[in-house]
Write a protein that binds this ligand. Structure first.
Ligand SMILES: Cc1ncc(COP(=O)(O)O)c(C=O)c1O
Length: 379
């Protein structure tokens, strides 16, 4: 092998060596996982393609159509429109752009419960809108309270979350949809985390709410790079109406396709191919089984944590388990765990630590973590 190449490879391997690996079971807080081998294959096969130019790379457009045909059913529809994005952040941005393009947005207000993901704060600021958040005390939003805010602020868009980042709370999508329909306000559901869990856990009777395009819902964001087993970056925004999708596309008359959609210009075709491969491979039934397994493991984690003296645990709704210690401040506990090689995230609103049970986690990983935590809190 060329000497220069082998030198670079050995340096790359050194970087890789010091990179935590999902399969070691110590990345417990991040919503990332190890992608499926077939998804990696599909991604690599299409590594040179540009989804920003579906005229040249028309196979990507065909795959996009087939993905939509299949997953529309999961959200109670026969035909949805949509676009593969770089993830939840881009999808959430696009929902606000669609709302702004659809109506006059005279009050320039984005209305959302205070559990909303930071990407909405970022998007509102960059797009020059005012974000009005409704206090919830970490409960699903009360539709009556939301309705009062709608009357007062006449928002451009209402955004609720189906699976909040810190605790996995599901806002009452169906009830809020009725309000958005009555007041004729664009409604977006951020299901970046919950989108590939809720339809399955609902069907299994594990949760009380489903995720559907109830009348009044305009768009839903879902992320394949969270629970869909595809490589990063792969999210998706789904629309009920074609016009809302067209509103995120902008003229690029110098290209053969003639327009660019979404926030990026040139954008990877790999995510489209890997989402297509996973949708075909897993389908509703495969993702259903995965969601049940993750939910079971989250319940197991919850019960194990309950058994540790002085630890308080929040009962999981989706596979997110949040806990704290009665005396050790949560940030202190977080860094004690980091020193043991464990990566959890914070749930600052309850001053707790967050474990997200992702597809790569196994019971043995949880057992080992519980052992380490028990020792740590005894010290
Ligand atoms: C509810 C929710 N929305 C949006 C996002 C942002 O997704 P991404 O990091 O893929 O941009 C996240 C990420 O954790 C999330 O939990």
């Amino acid at each position: 092998m060329d000497k220069k190449v082998s030198k670079i490879i050995s340096k790359l391997l050194k970087f890789y060596e010091r990179t935590p690996k999902h399969f070691e079971g110590k990345i417990l807080g991040s919503m990332t996982t190890y992608p499926h081998a077939l998804a990696i294959y599909a991604y690599n096969l299409f590594i040179c393609t540009n989804y920003g130019d579906p005229f040249i790379f028309s196979a990507l457009k065909k795959m996009e159509e087939e993905i939509l045909l299949e997953i529309s059913k999961w959200y109670g529809e026969t035909k949805l429109y949509g676009y593969i994005t770089s993830g939840g952040t881009e999808s959430n941005f696009l929902s606000i752009i669609s709302a702004m393009m659809r109506n006059s947005c005279k009050n320039r207000v984005v209305l959302a419960p205070d559990t909303v993901h930071v990407s909405i704060i970022k998007a509102s600021r960059i797009l020059g809108l005012k974000l009005v958040t409704i206090p919830t005390n970490n409960s699903p939003i009360d539709p009556c309270v939301l309705e009062n805010y709608v009357r007062k602020y006449e928002p451009c868009i209402i955004i609720v979350t189906a699976g909040t980042t810190e605790l996995g709370i599901i806002d009452p999508v169906e009830e809020v949809a009725k309000i958005s329909k009555e007041y004729n306000v664009y409604m977006h559901v951020d299901a970046a985390y919950g989108g590939l869990l809720i339809p399955f856990l609902y069907k299994a009777g594990r949760i009380k709410q489903d995720l559907r395009f109830y009348k009044g819902v305009s768009s839903i964001s879902i992320d394949f790079h969270k629970n869909g087993l595809t490589p990063i970056p792969s999210g998706m925004i789904l629309y009920k109406n074609k016009n809302d999708l067209e509103n995120i596309c902008f003229d690029a008359s110098y290209t053969l396709y003639g327009k660019y959609c979404g926030l990026l210009g040139t954008r990877p075709g790999g995510p489209v191919a890997s989402v297509w491969a996973m949708v075909k491979y897993y389908g509703f039934d495969g993702y259903y089984e995965q969601a049940i397994n993750m939910h079971d493991l989250a319940r197991y984690t919850y019960e194990k944590l309950q058994g540790i003296k002085d630890i308080c645990v929040y009962e999981p709704i989706l596979p997110i388990v949040v806990f704290k210690h009665r005396r050790i401040p949560y940030i202190e506990l977080l860094y004690k765990l980091v020193r043991k090689g464990y990566y959890l995230y914070k749930s600052p609103s309850v001053k707790g630590l967050r474990i997200v049970v992702m597809p790569h986690l196994r019971k043995e990983h949880i057992d080992e973590f519980i052992r380490v935590l028990e020792e740590l809190v005894k010290e």
